[in-house]
Design a protein around this ligand. Structure first.
Ligand code: ZN
Length: 459
C-alpha cells in the first residue's frame, strides 16, 4: 500500500519546501515530493530533515560510555593510551550475545537522536581466545542483526587489523582483532558480504584500522584492489604519538604516507585526521577524499582540534561520527565542531559558504553528503525519488520551533535544540521512534541491561 505524509515543511538542498507532501511506495521509497495543499495525506506537524548519517561507530564501546572518568590517585597519566587499555579489557569480554544487545540499544538511541544510518567500523572479529568463529563474520552478523532490530541503515565496515604497532607483532589484548594475512582479511570480508543480505538496509564497506595496524605493502594492496569501488575507511593522525611513531618507521607523517602511496579519491574516509601539516590539509582536500570528524569523542580523549577552518577554505569534504559514543546527538557533534573553531579563531562563521550564509543548513548539508558517501549510498539530493524515505522530524509544536520563522529553523535545530525537540524518526517511511520512544524499546532496554549486568563492566 502506498502512503502519503504532509509536513509543515521539508528540507531540500535549496531550502524549505512548505506544505510538502511526500508519497511513498509499498517499500517506503519516495514516489514524489511536492508542495500541495489539497492532496490526501496524513498531516504531521513537523519539520522533516534528511536523517543524519553517523559515519563512524564502534558499537561495543557504548558499554563503557562515561566510565573512564574516575581519575583516582594512581599517579598514572590518564590519556588516550590508558583509555585504550581499558577499552581492550572490555573488548576481550564481549560475547556475540552481549555485542548484539549493546549494539541494538545503541542503534535505537542513535535513531531517537536523529541518525538514520551508521557506518560500523568493526574490528573485534574473533572469539575471546583469538580463534575465528565458525562463521568468520559472526560478530559482524550480530551488528547487522542489531541494526535490523533497531531499524537503522547500516554499512558494516570490517577492518583489517594485523599488527600491534609499526613493525610490532600484535599484543595479547588485541588477539580478537587480528587477520594475520591479507588473504585472512579477504575471507573475513567475503563472510561479511554473505551476512549483509539478511537485512535489506545493510551494506558492506572495507578498510584498514590504522597505519600502525597493517603493513604498508598490504595497505597498498587493499587500496589497489578495492579503493576505487567502495567506501574505504581508516583511522589516521588522531594522536601525536602516532605521528611520531609513523615518522620513526616510515620517515613520513601518516597522511603524507597515504598521499605518497595510495590513490586517495572520493571513496576514502579518513577518520579524525586531527594533526595535519599544511601539505596534508591541502592533499586531502584536493584528492576528493573525506574526513570523518567525531568531536565529542575527540574532545573526551583529548585528541586535539581538527584544522577545520583551513580545510573548509579548500572545499574539503567532511562527515560526523560518534565513535566511542560518549555523545550520540548529531547536534552536539556539529556544535562542538563549530565551537572548537570559534574558541580558537575568535570568529563565529565556521560553516559559512560564499554562496550561502545559513550555518545550520550548511552544516547539515556538508555532513550529510560526505556521510552518505561514507555509507556507500547515493547522495544526489536529500530525498531522492526511488530511495527509502529516511527522515528526522522536529516537532513544530515545541515552544521554540512554534515561535520561529522558517528561515531560522535550521539554526534553531543545530544550535538550540536537543532530543526533546524531535517528534520522531522514520526509516523507509515507517516511524521507528516517536515522541522519544523506540517501537521495540521494552525488550531492547531489558536485553541491554541484562548484557551489561553480565559483563559487570559498569558496576
Ligand atoms: Zn574510531
Amino acid at each position: 500500500m502506498s502512503k502519503a505524509y504532509r509536513f509543515n515543511a521539508l528540507l531540500t538542498e535549496t531550502g524549505w519546501l512548505n506544505n510538502a507532501v511526500v508519497t511513498l511506495d509499498e517499500n517506503g521509497c519516495v514516489l514524489s515530493i511536492k508542495q500541495d495543499d489539497l492532496a490526501q495525506a496524513e498531516n504531521i506537524n513537523g519539520f522533516a530533515l534528511p536523517g543524519f548519517q553517523n559515519a563512524h561507530s564502534h558499537a561495543f564501546q557504548y558499554a563503557m560510555a562515561g566510565l573512564a572518568e574516575l581519575h583516582e590517585g594512581s599517579g598514572q597519566p590518564d590519556d588516550f593510551w590508558s583509555w585504550r587499555s581499558a577499552m581492550y579489557d572490555l573488548a576481550l569480554q564481549v560475547s556475540p550475545e552481549h555485542l548484539e544487545a549493546i549494539a541494538t540499544m545503541l542503534y535505537s538511541e542513535m535513531l531517537r537522536h536523529g541518525y538514520t544510518s551508521v557506518a560500523e567500523f568493526h574490528y573485534v572479529h574473533h572469539d575471546p581466545d583469538g580463534n575465528p568463529y565458525s562463521n568468520l563474520a559472526e560478530l559482524g552478523s550480530r551488528l547487522i542483526s542489531a541494526a535490523k532490530t533497531a531499524g537503522i541503515q547500516i554499512t558494516l565496515v570490517p577492518m583489517f587489523y594485523q599488527k600491534g604497532g609499526f613493525g610490532k607483532e600484535a599484543e595479547s589484548k588485541q588477539k580478537r582483532f587480528i587477520s594475520k594475512t591479507i588473504e585472512d582479511y579477504y575471507r573475513l570480508l567475503e563472510s561479511s558480504e554473505k551476512a549483509a543480505p539478511y537485512y535489506d538496509q545493510a551494506k558492506v564497506g572495507l578498510g584498514i584500522h590504522s597505519l600502525r595496524a597493517v603493513t604498508g605493502e598490504d595497505i597498498i594492496q587493499v587500496g589497489r584492489n578495492f579503493g576505487n569501488n567502495r567506501p574505504f575507511h581508516i583511522h589516521v593522525s588522531e594522536q601525536i604519538k602516532e605521528i611520531e611513531d609513523c615518522k620513526a618507521f616510515y620517515q613520513q607523517r601518516p597522511v603524507e604516507w597515504l598521499m605518497n602511496n595510495m590513490d586517495l579519491n572520493p571513496n576514502y574516509h579518513l577518520v579524525h585526521a586531527t594533526h595535519l601539516n599544511d601539505d596534508e590539509v591541502k592533499g586531502i582536500a584536493t584528492s576528493g577524499a573525506h574526513v570523518v570528524l567525531c568531536p565529542t569523542t575527540e574532545g573526551n580523549l583529548g585528541d586535539g582540534l581538527f584544522r577545520f577552518h583551513d580545510y573548509k577554505a579548500l572545499n574539503g569534504s567532511w562527515s560526523i561520527g560518534t565513535d566511542s559514543h560518549i555523545g550520540i546527538s548529531p547536534m552536539e557533534e556539529l556544535r562542538l565542531l563549530d565551537y572548537g573553531q570559534r574558541l580558537t579563531t575568535h570568529k563565529r562563521n565556521t560553516f559559512y559558504l560564499p554562496y550561502h550564509g545559513d550555518s545550520g543548513l550548511n552544516a547539515i548539508t556538508m555532513a550529510y553528503k560526505a556521510g552518505k558517501q561514507a555509507m556507500g549510498r547515493s547522495h544526489e539530493s536529500f530525498f531522492e525519488i526511488g530511495q527509502p524515505f529516511n527522515t528526522v522530524i522536529f516537532d513544530a509544536n515545541s515552544a521554540l520551533m512554534a515561535a520561529t520563522n522558517i528561515k531560522h529553523i535550521c539554526n534553531t535545530i543545530v544550535y538550540a535544540s536537543d532530543v526533546s525537540h524531535i517528534l520522531g524518526t522514520m526509516v523507509a517511511g515507517e516511524w521507528i521512534t516517536f515522541k522519544g520512544h523506540h517501537h521495540n524499546q521494552g525488550h531492547i532496554v531489558s536485553d541491554f541491561v541484562k548484557a551489561l549486568r553480565d559483563l559487570k563492566s559498569r558496576l
